[in-house]
Design a protein around this ligand. Structure first.
Ligand code: ADP
Length: 496
């Protein structure tokens, strides 16, 4: 398609097709709810596990090292005590025996043990490397100040130094034990590899669970979307299957969706029904007009009286069509909720009296009396024009469906919140099973009789619509061959 079009004055404009315009809009970033759920589960499920396991390993390492320090200090103190009692440092007393004992302890525990004199010179080294050398370590210096100490070194070993103090509290030297922490690290790496396996197992289990869960959540949403899309294409018969054993918010959403579909279905069929009713109602008078006019046209030398009679019939069919169209227009206006109502404080007494006055000639034709009763002045906020039409329809019906010399009674009452307008007649009444349908558009109890009375079947729909707009209600009580009473309740004040 050529997207560029020349205007008369030679200016170029670019015409975008509807689809292209849609693509011009910035497309929102699409991220499936499933991935959001999955991501959230992973973060909530795995991160705390990882944190817990690493914190646990860290504090375990701290605990093991503290234990090892305590153990080494204990050994160093024990050896220090033995050195004092054997006189090993001062007089070389029992030297071999002492050194053998130290070597045994060293080999048995895989420690390295050094004995230093008060000048930090190594007197004995179970590793035989440092004997005779001076060792200046912070731990040794601390111990010589009479404070036993054990520290972890950067090279990954632990030094524990205990002072050798004789009975006069003289600092004679230090026992220094050095030990590696490889065994602790081995244990920790064993624990860590086991916890890793456990974590992986958990992660995989969690992942499977999450996939299943997110599927459980998103699948109904996906099928809901599909069905709503079908509805937007006009297939209102589609429904979601809600026969699972679980009930949750998504099921509620599905139920609401089905209810909305029912409503749309109903609206659609009402619309179709309405259109077919309108066509049907207009078709009948139109066919009559056609038949009548053809009768005149096709006949030669039609007498004048026949012309007048047929034209009279044509005229009344046109009147009927006009009445139907006027009623339809009124109904359309009532359906438009945004149309503002002209509420104004109105005397309902005067309003009803005015209607009755206008209806009198109609009643007199059938010798019907209209009685009016009121229990005081009633002022209400109403849309006068619309309410007059609504009440007129009721009184008009009461006259129409009453036999000659009947009686119509109109009553106006009020309490402190509502006004009540009652129209009662002694007419033909409405069969019990049809009372609920008389407010439907084009509904007539007796179709043939209505054609005679000139009713359109729209009057009560208009009354109902008007009362609904005034936030009121209607009650009908009727008995066949006895009469009908229709009571309208209208609130005295219209809320904002
Ligand atoms: P219509 O223009 O045909 O009167 P309405 O909507 O006013 O249409 O009324 C619908 C139908 O309800 C009427 O056709 C009639 O059969 C029945 N109806 C209404 N009012 C009365 C009444 N007072 N007595 C008996 N039947 C009534």
């Amino acid at each position: 398609m050529n997207r560029n079009t020349s205007l008369q004055n030679g200016e170029w404009v670019t015409i975008l097709t509807k689809k292209e315009q849609v693509f011009e809009k910035k497309k929102p970033f699409y991220i499936s709810l499933r991935w959001i759920l999955l991501g959230t589960y992973l973060i909530i499920g795995l991160v705390p596990l990882l944190l817990i396991s690493s914190t646990l390993l860290y504090s375990m390492k701290g605990y093991f090292i503290e234990e090892r320090k305590r153990e080494l200090l204990g050994q160093a103190n024990m050896i220090s005590g033995q050195i004092i009692s054997s006189d090993y440092l001062e007089n070389d007393g029992g030297r071999d025996e002492m050194e053998e004992t130290i070597l045994e302890i060293s080999q048995g525990n895989k420690y390295r043990i050094l004995v230093l004199d008060a000048s930090s010179v190594v007197v004995y080294d179970s590793g035989y490397e440092e004997t005779g050398k001076t060792v200046v370590l912070p731990e040794v210096l601390e111990a010589l100040q009479n404070k036993d100490i054990a520290n972890e070194q950067e090279n990954g070993s632990i030094y524990a130094a205990a002072s050798i103090v004789d009975s006069d509290s003289t600092r004679m030297g230090v026992v220094l034990i050095s030990d590696g922490i490889e065994d602790i690290e081995d244990i920790l790496s064993e624990i860590s590899s086991r916890s890793d396996t456990l974590l992986w197992g958990l992660a995989i289990g969690l992942l499977i669970l999450m996939i299943v869960m997110s599927r459980i959540f998103t699948r109904p949403l996906l099928s809901m979307t599909k069905i709503i899309q079908r509805m937007s294409e006009g297939y209102f018969g589609e429904r979601l299957q809600m026969n699972g054993r679980v009930h949750n918010e998504i099921v509620d959403l599905g139920i609401a969706c089905n209810e909305m579909a029912d409503q749309l279905d109903q609206v659609e069929s009402t619309r179709q029904q309405f259109v077919s009713n309108v066509s049907h109602e207009l078709k009948t008078p139109l066919s009559s007009v056609k038949v009548l006019s053809e009768a005149i046209l096709l006949q030669e030398d039609v007498p004048k009286e026949m012309y007048v009679e047929f034209l009279h019939d044509i005229n009344s069919e046109v009147d009927r069509m006009t009445a139907i169209i006027n009623d339809l227009l009124t109904l359309v206006k009532l359906d438009q909720t945004e149309v503002p109502l002209n509420f104004a404080e109105t005397s309902l007494n005067q309003l009803i009296q005015g209607i009755i006055k206008r209806m009198q000639p109609l009643a007199m034709v059938k010798d019907i009396t209209i009685a009016y009763k009121e229990s005081g002045e009633v002022l209400a906020q109403v849309d006068e024009v619309k309410l007059v039409l609504a009440v007129s329809n009721l009184i008009d019906n009461a006259i129409k469906y009453s036999s000659a010399e009947g009686k119509v009674e109109v009553t106006l009452e009020a309490d402190h919140q509502n006004a009540f307008i009652t129209v009662a007649d002694s007419g033909i009444g409405i069969p019990e099973d049809e009372v609920g349908r008389i407010f439907d558009r084009f509904y007539r109890v007796d179709k043939t009789r209505d054609r005679e009375t000139g009713g359109t079947g729209l009057g009560l729909s208009i009354t109902h619509g008007t009362v609904r707009m005034h936030k009121g209600s209607i009650k009908v009580t009727s008995k066949e061959d006895e009469g009908t009473t229709i009571m309208v309740r209208i609130p005295l004040h219209q809320g904002q």
